[in-house]
Design a protein around this ligand. Sequence first.
Ligand SMILES: [Zn+2]
Length: 835
Amino acid sequence: MNKLIIICFFTSFIAISQNQTDLSYYLSQDISYNKNIPTPESIIGHQVGEWHVTHDKLVQYMYALAEASDRITLEDRGKTFENRSLLLLTITSPKNHQNIDAIRKKHIDATNNDGVNTADMPIVVYQGFSIHGNEPSGSNSSLLLAYHLAAAEDDYINELLDNTVVLLDPCLNPDGLQRFAYWANTNKNINLNPDPNDREYSEVWPGGRTNHYWFDMNRDWLPVQLPESRARIESFHKWLPNILTDHHEMGTNTTFFFQPGIPSRTHPLTPKLNQELTKKVGNFHAEALNKIGSLYYSEESYDDFYYGKGSTFPDINGGIGILFEQASSRGHMQESENGVLTFPFTIRNQLTTALSTLKAATNMREAILSYQHDFYKNARQEASKQSTKAIVFGDEKDAAKTYHLAEILNRHNIKFHDIKQDFTANGKRFKKGYSYIIPKNQKNTRLINAMFEKRTTFQDSLFYDISAWTLPLAFNLDYAENVSTNNLGERIIDFQPKDGKVSKRSNYAYLLEWHEYYAPKLLNQLLKKGVRTKVALKPFSMNNKDYDYGTLLIPVQNQKLNGEDLYALLNKLAKENHVQIDGVHTGLTDGIDLGSRKFKTLEKPKIALLVGDGITSYDAGEIWHLFDTRFNITATKLDTKTINRADLNLYNTIVVPNMRSLNVSNTKKLKAWVENGGTLIGFRNTVKWLKEKEFIKLEFKKTNVLAKNISFDEKSDFNGAQVIGGAIFEAKQDRSHPINFGYKNDKIALFRNTTVFIKADSLSYNNPIQYTKNPLLSGYISKPNLDVLAETVPVQIKKLGKGKVVAFTDNTNFRAFWYGTNKLFLNAIFFRKEL
Ligand SMILES: [Zn+2]
């Protein structure tokens, strides 16, 4: 026991001497701290920065603080995929806490009404940390920030808490933080080793940046598809914070960055004053970092363009979003170009700028409050000029996708209505019950513009992220802008997906059209239960209804289930999947009869999804998420490390997300498997690999852009301008091809962020999807790239031996919100034999 204490003493002595970790390193000695408030160390068992805090300990500390302090209340807003709590601390003076509902109401009222005097109102600051889990200095600093705000005792803190409501989100990505803490802690040496080659500094795939399904959650603030974002966006709209900060880390050899970012890359819908105020706030960061001798920069990198990022999303909602980026120690202590970078140093910079944010907030309180007040006042004026205008969207064949787009609006407090009656606009038919209409004259009109606009001209040609995200295009829904508000029906308040049902019991057959988003989920459930199901390769009509390509046929006779049980199962599945199944009593149709050979029996997919080294984890995670959370499809995550010992004959479909390369023996093994009858579906750069390794014959088109009159200084901008960061393009579809089953229009909007251009096949029927002559719908692409892209093809499907190779140049499952192209991928899986 004594020996243990001695060892503990020595180890902590070494750690302290290497890490300089005690509270005085982080917090000013001039302030007295309330002894009744527990320090982080007293609860989590180590000084902040000595170890990487695990999420469970972070939660434990925040509960202890909330218990001890009358300045803090705490809410658990829900769970991550791995069942971790999504906490939010509300920190303000005890007096404000007593009136917190009234304060919130007044704050929101000021965004709803003209002429509100905001001079005596507290400012609302949302401080969020480590949305990328392996950028942990933020969350680790949140322990100190919360402690400081709870325990500090001086006039300044009292003034700050009287004038500020702090919404402290200590960890924006609990699953990622936990994953990284495990890595950094399990590889830590007692004698810290700063050698960047040490295992501590190179995480295993997929790393801790992302959430459970490997999503970059700092792209999901606008589409809100993930549970972490859903909880956070609810808090955001509940409070409409004036300032929102987003604490990140960047490369080890950098210093510290605070916004504003590159001025020319600010979204044009963001008011100029937003960036000016951001810059003024920046002066407070500079002053605080000067005091502790930390290097920093601003305005030279990052941007405020894509509203799906945490530091940009507030800018279209009357707030000011601020990005912080700290050079990462990516472990406990790492050598860098700026000397040895310790974890505590990174934490201290985050804490310092979190505190300078609060200082700026109290100093600039009145200016920032009136900025928000005026933002909404001006927005109301813009909106009133469009008081008779509305946007309509919908799809009478696909209620679920329509619902999911409306769900995004709902999460962002955007009002929408049913339509009064069926009508046609923009050449599209909108059907009551299957369409929603959004009046432009409402509070969040600017946010609506940011979601629905198409933009093809830009001030700059470089983007930190995607340059377009037009939501109705992402959902591949019919829509029309500038329709009349005369079409407005009842406002949708109680918001539910459509009911599904079986029209009537049959002893003959059931039919289900393939257009509905969840039809593949239902099919998968049928195939899992061994229900024989066929697909129609041609359209037909019966009982005054047209059945399109891809209609599913479930015969009643000769199934494992008897008629009664089959009917019960279909009823259950129709309800669960919100689809309409028709019972029919004859095989005679107008078109192919139900016994026709043009109905093909479908086979249960047995899927392996390649993951691991060499594979882009985002792309793999999107597919895993799609299968697991949307379609209840079980796929084996086959690691590239274990292909060599896996029996591939267990699978009829192997999906290869974006991949750089694969070793020779695994390549051979995969090829033999395809030749033997497997279907390989590859995305993005995998297409290049498939061509190179002769899985598929393709011809690529290339741009040939020569640098003329481009100086050395302009080199990176010149090259950057040839990148397609993410834009939306139009393609025509051959609806008779099974890859396109379930699409009712002959044009589709496709997301693209690669420069893989496949030349169209000389046989036109081999080009089921082809970019149009002028394909740009929204977003940035250079002229040379656009010229080359025109009339190329985004997918090619070719035989290899008895098997098939499906090559997609781009991601059909982008960031979980590109609902519109999921079906292309699912068609490749379920109709693989018919392609
Ligand atoms: Zn980050």
